[in-house]
Design a protein around this ligand. Structure first.
Ligand code: ADP
Length: 244
């Protein structure tokens, strides 16, 4: 039901957004400040609805077991680079510095679905910026040679998370009842989806946080040399093809 409803709602919402954008471009110069703000607000709300629909579709696919990965050799440092570039303007608007040094790492390629895993990183960086009022967001990488995993840490100097909320962070629809959450239109689905995506990659995700000081979200991804994960995946693909 959720999947069908989300599909059906996606088309009209996308149409509404299209018309609002057209109106903004065509009539923008003839409208007064208030009228322009109505359109802006409508545009933001329609984008929030589209994100919600996309998240509901992802949750529904995850729960049906039809959320598939297209894993390939992925240059992780390059993906982090792009993510930092995308979020830089938003961070600057918030007065937050993003610290990331791509030259510091000689990290092997990871075995991941670039689109899906990008979604995880974007969610963590976007949260780190949104739930931080001052200071910085730092991204660091680590190559664990014993487990053949690359670990990514996203650390912020933000509001932090209460101790009793920590076990719930990756649950569906969970949000801390803090001041920033009251004013923002999050869905509480981002971290749930992030966890599912990381686990589908055979990685793990966790959070450490001190209230009032900040949080670190960390997740691991297998390198392409991680024979166990790569061969397991190839076996699954072979079985799927063999079954057809
Ligand atoms: P959303 O941000 O849409 O509410 P998420 O699933 O991404 O949903 O996050 C769930 C909740 O976890 C947020 O509402 C917020 O309360 C808390 N949270 C996530 N990231 C951070 C962070 N970096 N610092 C503090 N709280 C966070």
């Amino acid at each position: 039901f959720v999947s069908t409803a989300a599909h059906e709602l996606r088309t009209p919402i996308t149409t509404i957004r299209g018309y609002l954008r057209a109106l903004k471009e065509d009539a923008g110069s003839k409208l007064n400040e208030d009228e322009m703000q109505y359109i802006e607000r409508g545009d933001i709300a329609s984008l929030q609805l589209i994100t919600l629909m996309e998240n509901l579709l992802s949750v529904s696919r995850i729960e049906k077991g039809t959320y598939t990965l297209n894993r390939t050799e992925t240059d992780w440092v390059k993906i982090v680079d792009e993510c930092v570039r995308t979020f830089q303007p938003q961070a600057e608007q918030h007065g937050i510095t993003v610290l990331w040094d791509s030259r510091a790492y000689d990290i092997p390629k990871v075995y991941a679905d670039p689109l899906r895993i990008n979604e995880v990183l974007n969610n963590l960086v976007s949260n780190a910026i949104n739930y931080t009022t001052k200071g910085k967001v730092t991204i660091t990488l680590e190559h664990d040679t014993t487990t053949n995993m690359v670990v990514t840490h996203v650390t912020d100097t933000g509001q932090g998370i209460p101790k009793d909320a920590l076990p719930n962070m990756f649950k569906k629809f969970f949000r801390v009842a803090g001041a920033i959450e009251q004013g923002s239109k999050g869905t509480g689905l981002g971290l749930y989806i992030a966890r599912q995506i990381v686990e589908l990659h055979r990685g793990t995700i966790n959070v450490e946080s001190t209230l009032g000081k900040g949080s670190t979200f960390s997740f691991s991804l297998p390198t392409v040399d991680n024979k166990q994960v790569v061969s397991e995946d190839h076996k699954i693909i072979l079985n799927e093809h063999g079954g057809k």
